[in-house]
Design a protein around this ligand. Structure first.
Ligand SMILES: [Zn+2]
Length: 360
């Protein structure tokens, strides 16, 4: 699953390439990704055509495009969903001007997306982004295409935003926006105090300046659940999945089964800060190079993957102390940890654990 840094990379790309355009037409090649759309494909098309896209916004792993009628196009990438932009050049509409100066492997970042025969950036979990030349007009697994109005500087007569999804777990739907409970902006990318009505249960994420960290700490410390489960609870803080939870726990030297209520306030806050730092680093690495909108099936942080300290490293040496890392399953998810740096709590009878010799 893509986690916060990967989704933020996609959001920044959407802000740069898609915001300010109008939806000129909708092609639904496969209606299954629209399963959450009330009224199905017809309603999806009707509600999008003619609408201008005013912002690309993210809270945690939730991503939406604000529309000029006060509603939003909500995008879920699932395990394998990708959003790809065609026929654009970098132009107005970005809310992240730094993007312009950091376009990764492309010299000026201005033209390669716009040239239908040009390369795009391929981001995968296991290797550095590379330019690929696989731009058939209708890529395999293309499910939905939004035709978008042209902007000055575009190479052609319009652009397109494609949802490509191999495993069909992602989806799109048009949804009402609802006010935020605290009156602060709904998420990264917009100052509007709004978020999709079906996402109001999602807490602010660890990189959100409006996150009430004290409240998140209090909720964690009130729980007997394991701290890894708490860190991944999108109702406490959002955006953290299995990868960054393992990384944050390793940095904070905490085993994932440590009950929340056993943590002191400084330790709990330290865990949140450590996890936020890992995600910021992943974003700094990935965010400067992710230009095409592509999240890998495993979502493992683009080429930040090679810098991971814990996730997927069971059986390998701890990079801090040299002990052999272990893996176990917590609440159905793998947990890689260093048995020396991250002392496993005794007992833990309230948490179900199935040990594995080595786990991913
Ligand atoms: Zn260690």
């Amino acid at each position: 699953m893509p986690e916060l840094p990967e989704v933020e990379s996609v959001r920044a790309g959407l802000a740069r390439h898609v915001v300010g355009r109008t939806v000129a037409g909708v092609e639904v090649l496969d209606a299954r990704p629209l399963r959450r759309q009330v009224g199905g494909a017809q309603a999806f098309t009707r509600e999008l055509e003619g609408r201008a896209i005013t912002a690309a916004v993210r809270r945690g792993k939730f991503l939406w495009l604000a529309l000029d009628d006060g509603r939003a196009l909500s995008a879920h990438l699932g395990m394998s969903g990708q959003l790809l932009v065609r026929g654009t050049s970098a132009g107005p509409g970005s809310d992240a001007p730094d993007d312009r100066s950091a376009s990764g492997p492309v010299a000026d970042g201005e033209s390669f997306l716009g040239d239908p025969a040009a390369a795009r950036v391929d981001l995968t979990a296991t290797r550095a982004p590379s330019l690929v030349r696989d731009l058939s007009a209708h890529p395999r697994h293309l499910r939905v295409r939004l035709h978008l109005s042209a902007r000055p500087g575009d190479p052609g007569t319009g652009a397109a935003l494609d949802l490509v999804d191999q495993r069909m777990l992602g989806g799109l739907h048009v949804v009402d926006l609802a006010p935020t409970a605290d009156g602060a902006p709904g998420g990264q990318g917009s100052q509007a105090p709004l978020l999709p009505a079906d996402a109001t249960h999602i807490a602010r994420d660890l990189l959100d300046p409006f996150l009430d960290r004290g409240a998140a700490v209090a909720r964690m410390r009130a729980s007997r659940r394991g701290v890894k489960t708490l860190l991944m609870d999108q109702g406490i803080v959002s955006g953290v999945g299995n990868i960054y939870a393992d990384e944050g726990l390793w940095r904070a030297r905490l085993h994932g089964l440590r009950p929340g209520r056993a943590l002191g306030p400084r330790v709990a806050l330290g865990l949140l800060e450590a996890t936020a730092q890992v995600m910021e680093q992943a974003l700094a690495v990935g965010g400067t190079s992710f230009d095409a909108l592509y999240v890998d099936a495993e979502g493992a942080a683009g080429f930040f993957a090679r810098q991971l300290q814990a996730y997927g490293r069971a059986g390998q040496e701890c990079r801090r102390c040299g002990a052999v890392m272990r893996g176990e399953i917590i609440a159905g998810r793998s947990h890689a940890f260093c048995p020396r740096c991250q002392t496993r709590p005794r007992g833990g009878t309230s948490v179900q654990v199935a040990s594995r010799r080595s786990g991913r």
